[in-house]
Design a protein around this ligand. Structure first.
Ligand code: FAD
Length: 313
C-alpha cells in the first residue's frame, strides 16, 4: 500500500524534496506539500529586485504548478503538528502522514525591535524590497544605514551584497550617498573565518562603505532618525534598511523536536529528528559545525539537505 509523505513549506528545501520524491516513488504514494503562501519566492533575487535588475513576476512562481507533476499542493497555514497522532492541523483541514518533512524555514520578527516597522525598510521581504526600489529612485543625498539586528539571519552574505549593490547603484548615478553597515557580528560572515571576513571588509572599504561591527541594536527612534545600541551608543540615519530578528516558526514553539539551540534538532547524517520518519531541513534546523558555529542558514545548504532527506525516505 502507498504511503503519505507530507512536506511542510514550499521554499527552497521543500520544493527539492517534493520533486525528488515524485521522481523516485510510484504514484500510489501520495506527496502533499503545504505552504501558507500561494507563490514560491526566490529570496536571493530580492537584492536584484531592489535596484530594478529583476521584475517581481520573474522571481516568483505559483506553487500550484506542483499539481501538474502529481504533487498535491495545499495553500494553508500549518497551525499545529500532532506528532503523537501523526497528523498536521492546518487552516484547510487535517493531514495524516507516514513521513513528515519540516521545511518551514526561519521566521522574521521585525516588531521585536521598537521602531523597525515604523521606519526601517525590510530587506528580507518582498514588499520591503519593492519599497526600497521606489524610495532610492528619489534619494539624492544622505546616509543609508544597513542594520543587522541579530544573529543568526538568512544568508550571512546578503546584507554585505546589498551594500555593494547599492553602492554601485548610487555611484553610477553620481549621487552623494554614504553607506554604513552595522552589525552585532565581529566580522562579516564569521563562520567563514577571519581571512574571508577581512577580505569582505577590504572590499567594503574599497567602495567607501563603512563597516561597524559589534553594535547590538536596542531600538530605533524614528522621530530623531537615530538607532540606539547597547552601551548607550547611537547612530543617525537618513534611510534605514533593516535585517529583522529571525526565529523559529511560531507553530514549532514548545515542540518536542527542538534542541538546546531552540531550533529543530536533527541527526546530522540522516536529517531525521528524534521522532521516527519525521525529518527537518534547511533554516529551521541548527547543525553544529566543528568550527564551533552552526551551519549558516542558506538556500544552498537547504537544497543539498533536501536531497539527503529524499534519499532517506
Ligand atoms: C535577501 C536574501 C538573499 C538570500 N541570498 C541567498 C543566496 O545568495 N544564497 C543562498 O544559498 N541563500 C540565500 N538566502 C537564504 C535562502 O533564501 C534561505 O536560506 C532558504 O530559502 C531556506 O530554505 P528553507 O526551505 O529552509 O526555507 P524557506 O525557503 O524560507 O521556506 C519556508 C517556507 O515555509 C513556509 N511557512 C512558514 N511557516 C509556515 C506555516 N506555519 N504554515 C505554512 N507555511 C509556512 C513559508 O511560506 C516558506 O515558503 C537569501 C535570503 C534572503 C532573505
Amino acid at each position: 500500500m502507498g504511503k503519505c509523505i507530507v512536506i511542510l513549506g514550499g521554499g527552497t528545501g521543500g520544493l527539492v524534496v517534493a520533486n525528488r520524491l515524485r521522481g523516485a516513488l510510484s504514484r500510489d504514494n501520495d506527496i502533499v506539500l503545504i505552504d501558507k503562501e500561494k507563490n514560491h519566492l526566490f529570496n536571493p533575487s530580492l537584492l536584484w529586485l531592489m535596484v530594478g535588475w529583476r521584475e517581481e513576476e520573474k522571481i516568483q512562481k505559483p506553487l500550484s504548478f506542483l499539481e501538474r507533476k502529481g504533487i498535491r499542493f495545499i495553500n494553508a497555514l500549518v497551525q499545529k503538528i500532532d506528532f503523537e497522532n501523526r497528523t498536521v492541523l492546518t487552516s484547510q483541514g487535517d493531514f495524516s502522514f507516514d513521513y513528515l518533512v519540516i521545511a518551514l524555514g526561519a521566521s522574521t520578527f521585525p516588531a521585536e525591535i521598537l521602531g523597525f516597522l515604523e521606519d526601517a525598510f525590510n530587506l528580507y521581504d518582498l514588499s520591503g524590497a519593492k519599497n526600497i526600489k521606489k524610495a532610492i529612485e528619489n534619494f539624492d543625498k544622505g546616509r543609508i544605514v544597513i542594520l543587522i539586528t541579530s544573529t543568526p539571519f538568512k544568508c550571512p552574505a546578503a546584507p554585505y551584497e546589498a551594500a555593494l549593490i547599492l553602492s554601485g547603484y548610487f555611484n553610477k548615478r553620481q549621487r552623494d550617498v554614504e553607506i554604513e553597515i552595522v552589525t552585532p557580528e565581529p566580522l562579516p560572515m564569521p563562520v567563514a573565518g577571519q581571512e574571508v571576513g577581512n577580505m569582505v571588509v577590504s572590499l567594503l572599504q574599497s567602495r567607501r562603505i563603512r563597516f561597524t561591527p559589534q553594535y547590538q541594536v536596542v531600538k530605533i527612534d524614528p522621530a530623531n532618525k537615530e538607532i540606539l545600541f547597547q552601551d548607550e551608543k547611537k547612530l543617525s540615519y537618513d534611510f534605514l534598511i533593516g535585517i529583522p530578528p529571525h526565529g523559529l516558526p511560531p507553530v514549532l514553539k514548545d515542540s518536542p523536536i527542538l534542541g538546546e539551540s531552540r531550533w529543530v534538532k536533527v541527526n546530522q547524517r540522516t536529517l531525521e529528528t528524534d521522532l521516527e520518519n519525521v525529518y527537518a531541513l534547511g533554516d529551521v534546523t541548527a547543525i553544529p559545525l566543528t568550527v564551533g558555529k552552526p551551519l549558516p542558514k542558506a538556500g544552498v545548504f537547504a537544497h543539498s539537505q533536501a536531497e539527503v532527506v529524499a534519499y532517506n525516505i
